[in-house]
Design a protein around this ligand. Structure first.
Ligand code: PMV
Length: 325
C-alpha cells in the first residue's frame, strides 16, 4: 500500500540538547515547542514486492547517509507490522534542509505516519510520537497540534509529546530568516553526544524543570515580553553549551549575529521581537501576530537576508492523497 503524509517542522522554545539514551533517543530533559505552519515536509511511502531494494529520494537526491537513517526507521516499522517487503520513499521539503530549521523533525514525523499507514498499522498519536522520536528526537514534537510538550520520560513508552495548547490559542508568529542555504558541518546527532563535555551542562539541568513550568504558564497567560526574554535567554544558553563543548560547536554566521543585533535594536526602539536559534545559521524571530508587518518593514540589512518565511502556530501531522509518485 502507498501512503502520503505532511508534517510541520517545529521550533523549540525550551530546547532538547543531550540524550540519556542514544539508541532510543531519550532526552536529558523535557522540551516545549510550537509547530510551524509553513515549514513542511511531504513524504510518500510504498511497501511492495515489486521493489528489489529500499529506495530513498529526498528533495530529488539520493544520499547514502540520509538513506541509512531512513531505512533504520523503516526497519522499526517493518518489525512492528511483521512485513519484510522493500519500500520506496520520496520526500520533499518546502524549505532548506540542514540549516537550523529542523527538517529532521518534519522529515521523521512525516515518514513515521506515511510508513506506518503504508505498512497497514494504525498507531494512535502517542505511539506515533514514540516511534518518530526514535528517528529524530525533535520529530516526536511535530506529531500533535499547536504548542507541544515533549515529556522527558525514563523509558521509551514514557518519552513522547502531547499538545498543551491548540494552534489558535495564541496569535504569535515565527518569522524565519534564512541567511544562507549552506548545510551545517556538524550534524545535530553528533552534537548531542558532546553535552557532558561542557562545564555548563550540569548547571543547565538544575534549572530546566523550573523553566519548563514557567514557560507553560507564560504561554497560557500569553505574557509575550516575559515569554520572549525567556526563549531568547534559553537559546543563548543552548549555544553557550555548544560553544564550550569539546570540540566546540559554532553554528552561527556573521549574518546570524547581525540579525540578533538588529532584533535588540528593534526592541530598544519599542518593537517586542525576540530570537531563537538551533543548530544552524538560520534564525527564528518570534513576534506577536499584530507586529509581523512592522517587523518585516524594519528588518535590515537586507544584504544578509536570503529569504523570509512567516509561520503561525501550526497543526501536527496529516495524511494526504497527493502522492509524490
Ligand atoms: O531532534 P534533533 O536530534 O535534530 O535535535 C534538535 C536539537 C535542537 O534543534 C537544537 C533543539 C530542539 O529542541 O529542537
Amino acid at each position: 500500500m502507498k501512503a502520503t503524509a505532511v508534517a510541520p517542522s517545529n521550533i523549540a522554545f525550551i530546547k532538547y540538547w543531550g540524550q540519556k539514551d542514544e539508541e532510543l533517543r531519550l532526552p536529558e530533559n523535557g522540551s516545549i515547542s510550537m509547530n510551524l505552519s509553513n515549514l513542511l515536509t511531504t513524504t510518500t511511502v510504498e511497501f511492495s514486492s515489486k521493489f528489489k531494494n529500499d529506495e530513498v529520494l529526498i528533495d530529488g537526491k539520493k544520499d547514502d547517509k540520509e538513506a541509512r537513517r531512513v531505512i533504520k526507521h523503516l526497519n522499526r516499522i517493518r518489525k512492528l507490522a511483521k512485513i519484510n517487503t522493500e519500500a520506496k520513499v520520496v520526500s520533499k521539503n518546502n524549505f532548506p534542509a540542514s540549516t537550523g530549521l529542523s527538517s529532521s523533525a518534519s522529515g521523521f514525523a512525516a515518514l513515521t505516519i506515511a510508513a506506518t499507514k503504508a505498512a497497514g498499522l494504525n498507531p494512535d498519536q502517542k505511539e506515533l510520537s514514540i516511534l518518530a522520536r526514535q528517528g529524530s528526537g525533535s520529530a516526536c514534537r511535530s506529531i500533535p497540534d499547536g504548542f507541544v510538550e515533549w515529556l522527558e520520560g525514563d523509558s521509551s513508552e514514557t518519552s513522547y509529546a502531547l499538545s498543551i495548547f491548540p494552534p489558535d490559542h495564541w496569535d504569535i508568529a515565527d518569522v524565519v530568516v534564512i541567511v544562507s542555504k549552506d548545510k551545517k558541518d556538524v550534524p545535530t546527532t553528533k552534537g548531542h553526544k558532546l553535552v557532558a563535555s561542557s562545564p555548563f551542562f550540569a548547571e543547565r539541568l538544575k534549572k530546566i524543570k523550573e523553566k519548563i513550568e514557567k514557560i507553560k504558564v507564560l504561554i497560557k497567560q500569553k505574557k509575550f515580553e516575559e515569554f520572549g526574554e525567556l526563549i531568547e535567554t534559553e537559546a543563548l544558553e543552548l549555544h553557550a553549551i555548544m560553544l564550550t563543548s569539546k570540540p566546540s560547536l559554532l553554528y552561527w554566521l556573521p549574518s546570524t549575529v547581525q540579525i540578533m543585533r538588529q532584533v535588540r535594536i528593534l526592541r530598544n526602539e519599542g518593537l517586542p521581537v525576540y530570537f531563537t536559534v538551533n543548530t544552524g545559521q538560520d534564525i527564528h524571530l518570534i513576534v506577536e501576530g499584530k507586529n509581523v508587518n512592522s517587523l518585516l518593514t524594519k528588518l535590515k540589512p537586507e544584504k544578509y537576508i536570503k529569504k523570509i518565511i512567516i509561520n503561525k502556530p501550526g497543526k501536527g501531522i496529516s495524511l494526504s492523497n497527493k502522492h509524490l509518485f
